[in-house]
Ligand binder design. Structure first.
Ligand code: FVH
Length: 299
């Protein structure tokens, strides 16, 4: 059953935590009949006043609708919740954060049980759900046909970006972006630590920092161009030799300010290694090659 202008697709939502509740509210507000289930039923209660139907068990919730969306804590909770559910003929959309491997295994698991499967990686926080123009979206991967069939319904809470038939790709894109964000937050922490003991108002410093990060963000396109061409020197304006020399100033400043360099040095060590391998005219792209390991190895 697909959505159309007059009858919004009914759906089941497993998990009414912070994100699940936000999703449910967006679908309810758009007129979709929503059956909800949550392990702790009291957490789903507020949604009933907004029109949701509460199922007593996950199996009952799955039986209620063809389209079943799971937004649970982690992959293990998806397995727990759906252990006794009959998935035959169901379209399972898993918005639970997990690894690419877990998504691929979950896709095979769902298929074996007779369900079609889409994995999703949510690039939004709960307050961004149901809000247009705030930049939130969900990466989807798995069956393209299934995505197209439910595209309109899936687009109700936030944007949609389909990234391929491999069910692991949504999680991979999600985690890649979150990992980049983690590095950015590390840099933000270090920057605030540098000014922390000085007579510099954090509130005045913040817009300067945000502006600088935004100005630097387009560097990702040059990195992509380098990886595409294999030439890591083309178009480089700030080369590795200069940057490694500049690192001395960053480290000395940290020392002067009494700030640990533990967030900076892992990246600087990699820059140094790439420079030592005679790549002074590159930018930082070659560091990507230094990071690559055999899949499955931990470090
Ligand atoms: N909240 C956020 O900012 C992020 C934004 C990006 C995407 N994440 C992911 O979304 C998934 C759900 O996150 P959440 O914010 O809704 O998380 P909680 O509020 O903690 O709710 C967790 C739900 O999972 C249920 N649950 C946990 N363990 C089990 C289990 N073994 N069996 C069945 N259900 C389980 C939990 O139920 P209960 O504790 O209320 O009984 C909640 O419904 C998540 O993957 C984020 O990484 C959110």
């Amino acid at each position: 059953m697909t959505a159309n202008a007059t009858s919004p697709t009914p759906l089941t939502l497993l998990g009414t935590g912070a994100m699940g509740s936000a999703l449910a509210r967006a679908w309810l507000a758009a007129g979709h009949p929503v059956t909800v289930w949550n392990r702790t039923a009291t957490r789903a209660q507020p949604l009933l006043a907004e029109g949701a139907t509460l199922a007593a068990t996950a199996a009952e919730a799955v039986a209620a609708n063809q389209l079943v969306v799971a937004c649970l804590l982690d992959d293990a909770s998806v397995g727990d919740a759906l252990a006794d559910a009959d998935l035959a003929g169901r379209d399972l959309v898993n918005l639970t954060t997990g690894t690419p491997g877990q998504a691929r295994d979950r896709a095979a698991w769902a298929q074996k049980r007779g369900a079609r499967f889409l994995d999703g990686g949510i690039m939004a926080t709960p307050p961004m759900i149901g809000q247009a123009g705030v930049g939130g979206y969900v990466f989807y991967s798995g069956s393209r046909d299934l995505f197209e069939e439910h595209r309109d319904t899936l687009a109700v809470p936030t944007g949609t970006t389909y990234v391929g038939a491999d069910p692991g790709f949504a999680a991979l894109h999600d985690v890649a972006l979150l990992s980049a964000m983690s590095g950015m937050f590390a840099g933000i922490s270090h920057a605030f630590a540098l000014i922390r003991r000085e007579d510099i108002a954090p509130k005045e410093f913040a817009p300067l920092l945000a502006g600088w990060l935004a100005a630097m963000a387009p560097a990702v396109h040059l990195t992509a161009e380098h990886l595409h061409s294999g030439d890591y020197t083309r178009g480089v304006v700030s080369n590795l030799a200069m940057m490694v020399a500049g690192n001395t100033t960053l480290l000395r400043t940290a020392q002067e300010q009494g700030v640990s360099t533990e967030l900076l040095t892992p990246y600087m060590d990699l820059m140094q290694r790439r420079l030592a391998a005679r790549h002074s005219e590159e930018d930082g792209t070659g560091i990507i090659d230094l990071l690559l390991r055999e899949p499955g190895s931990l470090r």
